[in-house]
Write a protein that binds this ligand. Structure first.
Ligand code: M6R
Length: 599
């Protein structure tokens, strides 16, 4: 989705802004733009398509200046075009602004501004903001304070979500920024500040950050920073040092982020497990809801199995976009766990706010320090997977699975619902995962060969029972999103109730078999598809009868609950190698964005 970058300091800002935009490319976008303030003129360049197009434009007509803002746009209101790209200006060209989010009342504001004589030149919701700022500025003293007042007054009128950076041509040292429901961080350098919607965009310049809160506005110059609420009451803010390394957000010699991130899973899991979790769970919870989207929701399904088995509390998993609109029956006896790698997924944040309104106790699981869900929830636990840049989530998923198992162990201990011995065994299994994943990664060539054979298939099926079915869902999502092959995940026993009609000669079926108690039943289901001509490819940690299946990939033995963190790894590689074989952009699949900040 959209990305924001800004700079104020002593350096030439253009290369910094362009580099920041490139670092943000992974979020998905369709146009880009930059505004640099030099003297009293704002120089704006925009282009449709890749940041490279913008860079070419700037090379022809170089922007200088030490203060600027830039943006990558993912179209919501209006098609991808140069006119709709940010930065947007007010009619008098006094203000330039970049915006992430959606202004829900833009039609009313546009109508109001038209009545005041303003005109609009784009189809965006964003263009109302610089004009509204201008409208208020005209009523202020023409000072920096007046500029700040005007931005604050405009923010109060906006409904929806926004993270904005604003330049004013009369104040060539100043950037004003504000947010509501859309992230913004300010990185501190020496006599300079870097602003971004996302830490990885500026991680190479600084590791000291201010995280803006909702309804907060900030006034920035190269050596000045002030924070206010929208009534302009000033407050202090803590500078937070991030332990992320600079390498975490570059490819570090890998061809793609996705492969790098698949291979980082041992470290990500190790770092996630190696934290002290301090949580006292009240025994009065009658139910647990796990709410998330996409891959994070699939991790939640593993969490459900683990929590229900160990803690004996009914646990429900729901997609956030459904949960938020269906008036769920929850109250102060409900624990709601929200999982989000980015911590900025609009539906997950809205679901979390709903749960809080209904007085549920809320826990967030996020991979991004200071993210919106981490601040909104009563308690937040972090996965320490490091920045995940590829759109397809890999290391965040396995880290989420491990963190949920850790929480289940902790809850079960407090509630005394599982034996100490069982909990110790599971703990030990968790600790073995990094080594076991390394072991799987050593055999990735086998998966690569298989992927080459299946790269041009039209459909694939993923079958499993119990916890293996949850891995099927995740494996099928990975395949769809980066290889564009149609795929379906089914509980193996459900196939006979319809989908088996789709099995033809040579249809590829991937079976996951780690559920020992359900092994015979799953094998029988696979034999049913073999009898109808399917080719079968198996991931297992069990002894299987010989010569039934076309391909078997064996993974190390582990407990039921930790098995998804192993069985998904060959299937992540499978999707990755298929996408590579098809020459696709694995890190930035079509139509997708890394963090889905609109509903
Ligand atoms: O940042 P989040 O974990 O909230 O993101 C949720 C989904 O958008 C995300 O997992 C998505 O499904 C991935 N592209 C899957 O690989």
């Amino acid at each position: 989705m959209c990305g924001i970058i800004g700079y104020v300091g002593e350096k030439n800002c253009t290369p910094i802004l362009l580099n920041g935009l490139k670092n943000l490319e992974y979020r998905g976008y369709d146009s880009a733009g930059i505004a640099v303030l030099e003297g009293n003129s704002i120089n704006i360049k925009k282009s449709k398509g890749r940041v490279k197009n913008l860079e070419d434009l700037i090379e022809k007509d170089l922007c200088g200046g030490n203060i600027g803002i830039a943006h990558t746009r993912w179209a919501t209101h209006g098609k991808p075009s140069k006119e709709n790209a940010h930065p947007h200006e007010d009619n008098s060209h006094t203000f330039a602004l970049v915006h992430n989010g959606i202004i829900e009342n833009y039609k009313e504001l546009r109508h109001f501004l038209c009545e005041q004589g303003y005109s609009f030149f784009s189809e965006t919701d964003t263009e109302v903001i610089p004009n509204l700022i201008h409208y208020y500025y005209e009523k202020q003293e023409k000072t920096k304070d007046g500029f700040l007042q005007a931005v604050a007054l405009a923010c109060k009128k906006l409904e929806g979500s926004f993270a904005i950076l604003v330049l004013c041509k009369y104040f060539p040292q100043t950037i004003i920024l504000a947010r509501r429901n859309s992230p913004l961080v300010v990185g501190k350098g020496k006599n300079e500040y870097y602003i971004a919607s996302d830490i990885p965009a500026i991680l190479e310049y600084t590791r000291d950050f201010y995280f803006l809160d909702d309804n907060e506005i900030s006034f920035l110059e190269s050596d000045i920073i002030h924070f206010f609420d929208f009534d302009l009451l000033e407050h202090e803010k803590e500078l937070i040092h991030s332990s992320l390394s600079r390498n975490s957000s570059n490819k570090n010699g890998y061809e793609d982020f996705m492969l790098k991130e698949i291979e980082e899973q041992p470290q990500a899991i190790f770092d996630t497990l190696n934290q002290d979790i301090d949580l006292h769970l009240s025994s009065s919870f009658s139910q647990i809801y796990i709410v998330a989207c996409g891959t994070a929701m699939h991790a939640g399904l593993v969490g459900k199995t683990c929590i229900e088995t160990l803690c004996k509390i009914p646990t429900f998993v729901e997609v956030a976009s459904e949960f938020r609109y269906r008036n769920p029956i929850i109250d102060s006896h409900t624990l709601c766990i929200f999982i989000s790698q980015s911590g900025e997924t609009a539906d997950t944040i809205a679901a979390l706010k709903l749960a809080k309104q209904k007085k549920a106790k809320t826990i967030a699981i996020s991979n991004v320090m200071g993210s919106s869900i981490s601040r909104e929830a009563d308690v937040c636990f972090y996965t320490y997977a490091g920045p995940e840049i590829a759109v397809a989530s890999t290391k965040a998923y396995t880290s989420q699975v491990c963190l949920l198992c850790m929480l289940a162990i902790l809850f079960a201990k407090q509630l005394k619902t599982a034996s100490d011995k069982d909990l110790e065994v599971l703990k030990e299994d968790l600790l073995q995962l990094p080594k076991q994943i390394e072991n799987i990664l050593e055999h990735k060539d086998k998966i690569q060969i298989l992927a080459k054979q299946l790269a041009f298939e039209r459909d694939m099926f993923f079958l499993g029972r119990g916890i293996d079915y949850t891995t099927c869902l995740e494996a099928s999502l990975k395949l769809k999103e980066i290889s564009y092959i149609h795929s379906e995940a089914y509980p193996a026993g459900e196939l006979k109730h319809g989908p088996i009609a789709l099995i033809e000669q040579n249809t590829p079926v991937v079976g996951i078999l780690t559920e020992e108690a359900l092994l015979e039943k799953t094998i029988s289901n696979l034999q049913e598809v073999i009898a109808r001509g399917a080719k079968t490819f198996i991931v297992t940690n069990q002894e299987l009868p010989k010569n039934i299946f076309d391909f078997v990939f064996t993974i190390p033995k582990t407990s039921r609950f930790t098995s998804p963190a192993l069985s998904i790894v060959p299937l992540q590689l499978f999707s990755y190698y298929i996408a590579k074989q098809k020459n696709l952009d694995v890190d930035k699949p079509r139509n997708l964005a890394k963090s889905v900040t609109v509903e």
